[in-house]
Design a protein around this ligand. Structure first.
Ligand code: MGD
Ligand code: MGD
Ligand code: SF4
Ligand code: MO
Length: 684
């Protein structure tokens, strides 16, 4: 078959590579060999031709004159952004010579990779890179920045990332969107909920912010940050008291339901109301709706996972569908993430066997601290698919670490990101449209293939290609470091020993385009928990030092600051991606801080006034939006804004780098701040 690259004029298929649960099928329109338009692929079984504005406006990003075209070396101070073009040969020689010296003098652990899912393609994010750094014996990165706390918490209850199939949700009668801004972050979940609403379904949103999703709800329930486990326990208390639990289901599919019933006594509705800010009568109404409407589905979002108690929040909410027996109702249950249905052969792809020694593990959420304090020190950082200078907590520490003169930093990206400004060497990355890769959605259970649809931009190269070159430069002769992209895909998609994923070849995926996980109907009978059942009581948790039963644990108190601060994602950016695009910035207009009228009034803050937000970690400036979008005592901003043209919107300068209760997860939303109006002369 003809390569899509050679198509000069026409429409070719593609996949959205961004870190988004929807993982849309795309159709790319080409004119004179260039992408001129991106739209949804109507043949995709779930996304059905609709895509978000971000990607609809993406074509110009691909040909943006700001894209890095050649390797660069730093010629000015770190952070200054002065670079000169060099050849690939010089770039690879410089990096590998530095690393060879470092390995001899300091050991391979002085080198640290730093990456995340800027491109969700499995080869790009966890393929040749993992093989290379395993072979190198570098320090390892614990990739905790997104949802690890909730993953582990939910696993204690359910054994893995398994939940309701979105394909079944059109019949659902009650949607509880809990800590998820689905209109912006999972738009097809919203489309499905709205279709179901036409057939009588109700949509409830539980959030700390009445944002675009809350405004579309039939019932918006505002909650105080980090108190969701208490709300779930209050619902459970009422379900048991009013005999709305499904006892036959509990007996057959769960363990610990009697212990749970006793334990729930303490979660009296009044106490739950005092903790959560949800009025007692609303708590009763919510519990009764949840106990009587079927099928019901809870979409568990990341908002409630990015907290000190994020693991326990997901663990606890994950217990709710078992109490009502919703797991055996089509379209009922819950989804935190569905990623394990498509769990492929990770060992074959990542090759952990290439790592011959025990090396230290660095939590990516504490990259600032690691760069400043680790002993033995980190002497070289290799960043790809992530932008830690913007997205990681405690930005001031991160930037101080990146500014270290004795740190040799390489950044592989499409753009001169805020992180790249601190690099010694910058390498140009291809966009996903220029690569071969495969994609597994963590929401809708479909696999997809990306084949290159345009040639590499300038001299840019894909992640797999760069790691093959680095391996050669290091003199590593292993075949595993030479495999082609097609070979990597075939290795990853065979021998997964996953009952939901048959062996698949590159050619099959190319032919079918969308392949779905299979045999998911009865997953509830085959849970990989220690007991094989839903664990309302978890002995494993006890062994790991947690309460065995779901429990509300308050956030770490930062007493000196009066306001809880939630810096959430925004509609027109994807994390920091698109924050450097004029079109996306103009759609987003300005960086806002939502504040309750009571909190605004005592500080003399007026609507649309510029405010300073600060704590002991840092400060930033945003535009106040005064209104009852948030509860008193809570402030919310949206978006990870770019530095350019000023550094004033660096929200992560305020966020803590503490580890969540489980897995070292991020706690972006558990910090506290103070806010003040800015004097007029300061804002000009
Ligand atoms: N447009 C857009 N889409 C995205 C992203 C993006 O940046 N922009 N990012 C992508 C990524 S990487 C991820 S992980 C997902 C994240 O997407 P979501 O799962 O939607 O998670 P967040 O947007 O982090 O937070 C969701 C909501 O939780 C609320 N929240 C915060 N704290 C609490 C709490 O304690 N309790 C409750 N109930 N609510 C709380 C916030 O106000 C927010 O509305 O979205 C993906 N999709
Ligand atoms: N305050 C606050 N901070 C947050 C969050 C929040 O809600 N609030 N959300 C957190 C979450 S959930 C996440 S997942 C993280 C995400 O943080 P990151 O993973 O850092 O995500 P992005 O900011 O999108 O940066 C991805 C980078 O990868 C580059 N890239 C894309 N494709 C490729 C490729 O193929 N190769 C290479 N080498 N580079 C590529 C892009 O150009 C971009 O610069 O942010 C976290 N930070
Ligand atoms: S960012 Fe999400 S909604 Fe937008 S096109 Fe990509 S997968 Fe679809
Ligand atoms: Mo994320």
């Amino acid at each position: 078959m003809q390569s899509y690259i050679t198509v000069k004029n026409g429409v070719v298929p593609s996949v959205c590579s961004l870190d988004c649960p929807d993982q849309c099928g795309l159709l790319v329109h080409k004119q004179d060999g260039k992408i001129v338009k991106i739209e949804g692929d109507p043949e995709h079984p779930i996304t059905k031709g609709n895509i978000c504005n971000k990607v609809r406006n993406m074509a110009e990003r691909l040909y943006d004159s700001k894209r890095v075209q050649t390797p660069l070396k730093r010629v000015g101070q770190k952070g200054e952004g002065k670079f000169a073009p060099i050849s690939w040969e010089e770039a690879i020689d410089t990096i590998t010579n530095q690393w060879k010296t470092l390995i001899k003098e300091e050991g391979p652990e002085s080198i640290l990779p730093y990456s995340f899912y800027g491109n969700m393609g499995k080869l790009s994010a966890e393929g040749m890179d993992r093989r290379f750094f395993n072979r190198l014996g570098s320090s390892q990165l614990d990739r905790t920045i997104c949802s690890v706390a909730g993953t582990i918490g939910y696993d204690y209850t359910m054994g893995g990332s398994y939940g309701t199939d979105p394909a079944d949700m059109e019949e659902t009668k009650l949607f509880i969107l809990w800590g998820i801004n689905a209109v912006s972050t999972n738009m097809h979940q919203m489309t499905i909920a709205q279709k179901a609403r036409k057939k009588g379904a109700k949509i409830i949103v539980i959030d700390v912010h009445k944002n675009q999703t809350g405004r579309m709800a039939d019932w918006f329930i505002p909650i105080l940050p980090g108190t969701d486990a208490a709300l779930a326990l209050g619902i459970m208390h009422i379900l048991y008291k009013e005999n709305l639990v499904n006892r036959p289901f509990l007996e057959e599919y769960t363990i610990g339901y009697q212990e749970l019933e006793d334990h729930l006594e303490q979660y009296h509705p009044q106490m739950v109301s005092d903790i959560t800010g949800v009025p007692v009568e609303d708590l009763y109404q919510l519990a009764r709706m949840y106990g009587t409407i079927s099928p019901s589905m809870i979409r568990i979002g990341n908002g409630l996972q990015h907290h000190d108690n994020g693991g326990m929040n997901a663990r606890t909410i994950g217990c709710l569908p078992a109490l009502t027996g919703q797991w055996v109702v089509k379209g009922g249950g819950a989804v935190r993430a569905n990623g394990d249905f498509l769990s492929f052969n990770k060992k074959a792809l990542r090759r952990p066997d290439l790592l011959k020694v025990n090396t230290r593990i660095i939590n990516m959420n504490q990259i600032g601290k690691a760069l400043l304090e680790s002993y033995p020190p980190i002497h070289s950082l290799y960043v790809y698919g992530s932008n830690p200078a913007i997205v990681a907590p405690e930005s001031n520490k991160v930037r101080k670490g990146l500014a270290r003169e004795d740190l040799f930093t390489v950044v592989h990206d499409l753009f001169l990101t805020e992180t790249a400004m601190f690099a010694d060497i910058v390498l140009p990355a291809t966009s996903s449209f220029e690569n071969t890769d495969f994609y597994t959605s963590y929401w809708h259970n479909y696999l997809q293939l990306q084949e290159p649809v345009i040639p590499p931009y300038g001299q840019s190269k894909s992640n797999t290609e760069v790691f093959r070159l680095l391996a050669k430069g290091m003199g590593f002769d292993d075949q595993a470091l030479k495999d082609t992209d097609e070979e990597l895909i075939n290795q990853a998609l065979s021998g997964a020993s996953n009952p939901y994923l048959p062996d698949i070849t590159f050619d099959q995926l190319k032919e079918k385009r969308f392949i779905k996980a299979r045999n998911m109907e009865d997953f509830i009978k085959n849970l990989p928990t220690p007991s094989g059942k839903i664990e309302l009581y978890s002995k494993k948790m006890e062994e790991d030092g947690y309460p065995a039963l779901p429990t509300y644990i308050p956030l770490v108190e930062e007493k000196e600051y009066p306001l809880q601060y939630v810096p959430a994602p925004t509609h027109n950016f994807l994390n920091s991606t698109f924050a450097n695009n004029e079109k996306h910035k103009s759609l987003e207009k300005e960086a806002k801080l939502f504040i309750h009228p009571k909190d605004a009034q005592i500080r003399g803050i007026e609507d649309r006034e510029r405010v300073r937000i600060w704590n002991h970690r840092g400060e930033c400036e945003l535009t106040a939006v005064v209104g009852d979008y948030v509860l008193p005592g809570v402030v919310v901003s949206q978006g990870l804004w770019s530095d350019a043209p000023e550094k004033k919107h660096l929200v992560n300068s305020l966020t803590p780098d503490r580890a969540a209760d489980m897995g070292g997860g991020a706690v972006f939303f558990s910090g506290r701040v103070n806010v003040e109006a800015m004097k007029k002369e300061e804002t000009v």
